[in-house]
Design a protein around this ligand. Structure first.
Ligand SMILES: C[S@@+](CC[C@H](N)C(=O)[O-])C[C@H]1O[C@@H](n2cnc3c(N)ncnc32)[C@H](O)[C@@H]1O
Length: 338
């Protein structure tokens, strides 16, 4: 590009100012839920919007290459815009998409995941399977974390979830995505609140059969478990491999569910209590053709891969949100399991 063209492009982009009201068309919804639009060429993120909508928003923060804004009014709503079920929606930080019809949420997630795989890994669109819908889009979560917070100004102990983009707590009596049994637990906590602020209360409907220690991970949506196992089972079966490694295995759920299809399997997990529970779960559910090893996947994966035949081993990766350590990906790229 010539110098003149660069200068012209730069000059055309004027940064908005904090407090300014803008009208913006939403071109995309980024991973995490913020809508992306442009005001005079400058990128503005607006929450609680849908691709294709035109909205009025107030700029709240201006950075070097983008700004953030609060939604004031939807000028041209998308067809998929609906009334959120939850009265706390928008204020509470727990949900991002209740203003969209469920089908539209699924399509948007599909687009986001496909774009991430394409941008970061160079994978083509057809490598990403369609999102599997949940049989129920509300009252499905089996675990939530509520917090207490002392509000000095109001001289009141708040009990609820974190507000959106804030450290403050919004008081909650009822959560639309939590299982009904958890809502009963929320009310119990509200009626008998902790005696101070800063307390986190972990509420959970434990699975009926699986042994899960209090603070160990278990899949948070029981309605999706059969579908999830089905997807992983099909991939394992179509690989034709005999051996299975369940990396980041928690209490052994996926490895044990698939154990009968493997000659041998191994799980790795760094939560000590989860590994003890995984061994008990394996004994209970007949997964005795495998072992559960305690430690970090990034440290133990080479050892586990060496136990099984290269090209005849499938590795399940179900890491925490921050993802796998880069060395794990490096090891898998080298070995190229089935
Ligand atoms: C998303 S959960 C998956 C659990 C399991 N696959 C299941 O279906 O129940 C991720 C698990 O990885 C564990 N974890 C996190 N970092 C780890 C690491 N570096 N090495 C081994 N386990 C790790 C966490 O304790 C958690 O149990």
């Amino acid at each position: 590009m010539s110098d003149a063209a660069t200068t012209t492009a730069k000059e055309e982009i004027t940064r908005p100012e904090a407090g300014q009201q803008v009208t913006v068309r939403i071109d995309d919804v980024a991973f995490g839920g913020e809508g992306v639009g442009r005001v005079d060429g400058f990128v503005v993120f607006v929450p609680l919007v849908i691709e294709g909508e035109t909205v009025e928003a107030e700029i709240t923060e201006v950075k070097k290459s983008f700004a953030r804004a609060n939604l004031i009014k939807v000028v041209e709503p998308a067809e998929s815009r609906i009334e959120p079920e939850c009265s706390y929606f928008g204020d509470c930080g727990g949900c991002q998409y209740q203003h969209m019809a469920y089908e539209a949420q699924l399509a948007m997630k599909q687009k986001q995941i496909t774009a991430l795989f394409e941008r970061i890994g160079g994978f083509s669109e057809d490598k990403v399977a369609p999102v599997v819908a949940c049989p129920q889009s509300f009252n499905y979560r089996n675990r939530i974390l509520i917090r207490s917070q002392w509000n000095g100004k109001a001289k009141k102990l708040l009990v609820g979830f974190r507000k959106r983009n804030s450290h403050w707590v919004v008081e909650i009596d009822d959560c639309k995505i939590a299982e009904p049994a958890l809502n009963a637990q929320i009310r119990e906590v509200r009626n008998n609140p902790p005696n101070k602020g800063g307390v986190k209360v972990n509420l959970r409907v434990a699975p009926e059969d699986w042994m899960v220690p209090d603070h160990s991970f278990f899949q948070t949506n029981y309605f999706m478990l059969p579908r999830m196992v089905e997807v992983v089972r099909k991939i394992f079966q179509s690989s034709g491999s005999d051996y299975l490694i369940d990396a980041y295995c928690g209490v052994g759920f996926l490895g044990i569910e698939l154990a009968s299809l493997a000659k041998r399997y191994a799980g790795v997990e760094y939560d000590h209590r989860a590994i003890l529970a995984a061994r008990e779960n394996a004994a209970k559910f007949g997964g005795d053709n495998g072992e559960f090893v305690e430690g970090r996947t990034e440290h133990l994966l080479p050892e586990l891969l060496a136990k099984f035949e290269d090209g005849n081993t499938t590795v399940i990766l179900d890491p925490p949100r921050k993802g796998c350590a880069p060395t794990v990906i490096g090891q898998l790229r080298e070995i190229r399991p089935a």
